[in-house]
Design a protein around this ligand. Sequence first.
Ligand SMILES: O=C(NCCO)c1cc(-c2ccc(F)cc2)cc(O)c1O
Ligand SMILES: [Mg+2]
Length: 214
Amino acid sequence: TGLSRPQRILKAVQKNAKKGDPQSVIAAIDHYCRHKEWAMNVGDDKGLILDSVVMEVNPSSALELGTYCGYSTVRIARLLPAGSTLITVEFNPHCAVIARQIIAYAGLQDKVKLMEGPSGDLIPKIKEQFGITSFDFVFLDHWKDRYVPDTKLLEECGLLRKGSVLLADNVICPGAPEYLEYVRNNPRYETRYFPSNLEYTKVEDGLEKSVFLG
Ligand SMILES: O=C(NCCO)c1cc(-c2ccc(F)cc2)cc(O)c1O
Ligand SMILES: [Mg+2]
């Protein structure tokens, strides 16, 4: 069966991007996934919204749930101030292997810590393992039925503080209806929807930005 889709994405990066140049890594993945084969990266349209929220928050500590091939990991890490850390959690070991190589190709390995395993198991270990008190920014992009339980877990573990910003991908497609219900009807969140489209398509999708009020 040859190479997997993540392996083909890595090959496209190695062929078309410049080592140490995150923007060229992003462009290479977007070009490949728009013209050769679709893949579930946040993509260029929603990526611009992600960039603007990351720049607004300017996080010292950031968490990503759902690394996949590392496309959004690179998008976020390239914008982080020196000395900041992005922790990214990936369940699928094969994706983790590819993501580590794409993150390193972009030259961002010093800003990124990739944790392999189920988010529900790893979130409670973050404080002790990395000495992080709370996250300024969280990007939710993993299994859509894990958005609510993991948000509750972040609250319970004291990993959110007054003003922490959560940004959730795919709230329309594939959809995260329980998550929208949770943050929109919860007095502890100030939430707003950013309309866009499913990566590399005309299908409607969007990002939900939610500020934890403490
Ligand atoms: O499952 C997803 N992520 C967690 C796995 O790591 C995911 C899926 C899709 C998607 C897939 C199939 C389709 F037909 C439409 C959308 C899109 C995304 O952006 C995603 O993040
Ligand atoms: Mg997504």
